[in-house]
Ligand binder design. Structure first.
Ligand code: HEM
Ligand code: HEM
Length: 222
């Protein structure tokens, strides 16, 4: 099967919904641990259910990723750049999965109920243990920093494609209709071809030269 020229609409919807929610989660998380006001409880009450929602969304996204083939990267991209692009995408998937799991495990190890609302709560992932709680808390923090750095690199790469390389990578995740139409083969005539070296004419469509215009016969004199 040929690779499609854009991501499936569901993959694009999930990408942009999750991008907004993850960026919000990073700022809510930092705000939550730095505030000494009463907003801490309010931010935490948003952070936990939003994190759980992101966990469900990333599982759905992985299913969509495995079901629908993604578009291939441009063939003229250097192999190392292609490798870094693919590796960074899998790092992003790994972090999107790990962040909610570590957050959930951290609260379980701290002996806190993982409340998703006033009535809903998740079962503990681990037995209560202060040392494990401290370790997971640091892990959640450093993974969040790593996620933020990877997202910055990812956004830089997306803008490099959109503004500098101007290839079809950005439209493949935004509006596929903006992708460049394949450029038509330049057409040269047999006359042009005979005047340029054979190696330069290679790869062009050569059309037979148009017949030379003939002078219309003169009208008979009266
Ligand atoms: C929280 C923020 C974001 C996350 C976690 C994220 C994650 C991802 C992942 C995992 C992929 C690979 C898709 C796949 O192969 O299945 C991807 C692709 C892509 N993302 Fe993002 N993204 C984020 C934000 C952004 C932003 C802000 C932009 C634009 C400035 C962007 C532009 C793109 C583009 C153009 C692709 C397609 C790359 C390709 O063809 O391989 N992303 N993103
Ligand atoms: C994509 C998902 C998530 C992201 C991006 C995220 C991000 C963050 C960030 C940036 C912080 C601040 C870290 C620091 O500077 O110490 C934080 C703290 C925290 N997160 Fe998350 N988080 C996510 C999911 C979750 C989930 C699912 C839970 C719980 C069910 C959770 C519970 C917590 C708690 C309790 C803290 C405060 C830890 C402390 O007091 O040091 N997080 N999170």
């Amino acid at each position: 099967m040929n690779a499609p020229h854009a991501f499936h609409p569901l993959a694009r919807l999930l990408h942009w919904t999750m991008a907004v929610l993850i960026l919000a989660m990073l700022f809510i998380g930092v705000g939550m641990v730095t505030t000494v006001s009463g907003k801490h409880q309010w931010l935490l009450a948003i952070h936990r259910p939003l994190g759980a929602t992101l966990f469900v969304l990333v599982l759905l996204r992985l299913c969509v990723r495995l079901r629908f083939k993604p578009p291939a990267l441009p063939a003229d991209m250097p192999a190392l750049m292609q490798f870094v692009a693919h590796a960074s995408h899998w790092v992003l998937y790994g972090l999107m999965l790990a962040m909610p799991l570590v957050g959930w495990a951290m609260l379980s190890a701290g002996g806190y109920p993982v409340m998703l609302g006033s009535a809903w709560h998740l079962p503990p992932l681990l037995p209560a243990n202060g040392e494990v709680f401290a370790w997971l808390r640091l892990t959640h923090r450093y993974l969040a920093y790593l996620l933020f750095l990877t997202i910055l690199g990812h956004m830089g790469a997306a803008l490099y494609h959109a503004l500098i390389r101007r290839d079809d990578v950005f439209p493949s995740m935004t509006f596929p209709s903006l992708a460049h139409a394949p450029s038509p083969e330049p057409v040269i005539t047999a006359d042009d071809a005979s005047s340029i070296p054979a190696n330069e004419a290679e790869g062009h469509i050569v059309e037979p030269a148009a017949p030379a215009p003939t002078r219309p016969p003169a009208a008979p004199e009266e």
